[in-house]
Design a binder for this molecule. Sequence first.
Ligand code: ADP
Ligand code: MG
Length: 348
Amino acid sequence: MGTVAVHGLSKSFDKVQALDGVTLDVPDGSFFVVLGPSGAGKTTTLRAIAGLEKLDAGSVHLDGRDATGDAPAARDLAMVFQNYALYPRHTAYENIASPLRARRCSSSEIAAAVEQMSSLLHIEHLLQRRPAQLSGGEMQRVALARALVRRPRAFLMDEPLTNLDLKLRVEMRTELTRIHRSLGATFVYVTNDQVEALSMADQVAVLKEGKVQQVGTPTEVYERPANQWVAGFVGSPSISLLACHAEGDRLVGAEGWTLPRPRWTTAEDGRPLLLGLRAEDLSVEQRGNASLSGELYGLEPLGDRTVVDVRVGTEILKVKARPTVTGTPGERLLVTVDLDRAHLFDAG
Ligand code: ADP
Ligand code: MG
């Protein structure tokens, strides 16, 4: 078993309220991601679960048992950090074996466990090296193996991929989901990278200024963001937010544009709204009847696609286009809008 439930966690440091009533339910065996910008309270949340932070209020339950007052060692959790914290003088083998030695496991048990984890992480050939002889990605694998070998109740991971270069980070995302699946263990994984969160999580909790904004599957958080902030953070940088209000069967923009009012909105006339449009739901090709008129502001070629920046009044819309798209700044453009996939938020 490995359920982790925290309820009403609050913690202040001097004048900073790091956590403000954080409640999370992590099901057994899930890959649970806490996503938020720097300073949101992610590390403090993990430290609270691990028992490393004295709380002002709230409780921590592990496998249904109140563990709020338990010492860190009694909680049977493993923490993986962004800096690998390996013993420099020990080989990779000894680093991975160290938690088992501390538990006085037999040499044959240790050998079997190290072998199993190194094969899972594809580091069998590195076991006799010392940390100085390993690359960053290899060190991170050894650090993971050392955490995994203990078979704790749950793994707490604090931005473990942050110090890797982009290619390795992408590779380790796939690796971590594979490892998670093959161990069936509970992962509580903290990151500020929405792509990491969306690509690996079963469940995502979005955290801002010590408060949980939304909990859901990656699809729910992306497709139905609970508020404007979640839409901007999770969709960043592809979502544009335009000030507007409803008026009869139209949406009227602060910049003077109008669009048909989406059937699904219940907002009353005149109330200040923000229309959220993702780059992939906009097009510079003529293929729908809802469109906004603007002028080409710039092109961002990104290899597999080009993002066209279109100026509508004083606001910039990001529109996904084919990599071959061309145009000159200032030229008039009609942007087709897929209103069924748009979002409306209360402004302010
Ligand atoms: P995150 O991991 O999401 O970047 P943290 O949990 O580390 O955020 O921090 C949340 C807030 O609490 C930040 O404003 C941070 O400066 C503050 N904070 C965290 N730990 C301490 C500490 N030991 N002393 C003072 N302030 C802290
Ligand atoms: Mg942190």
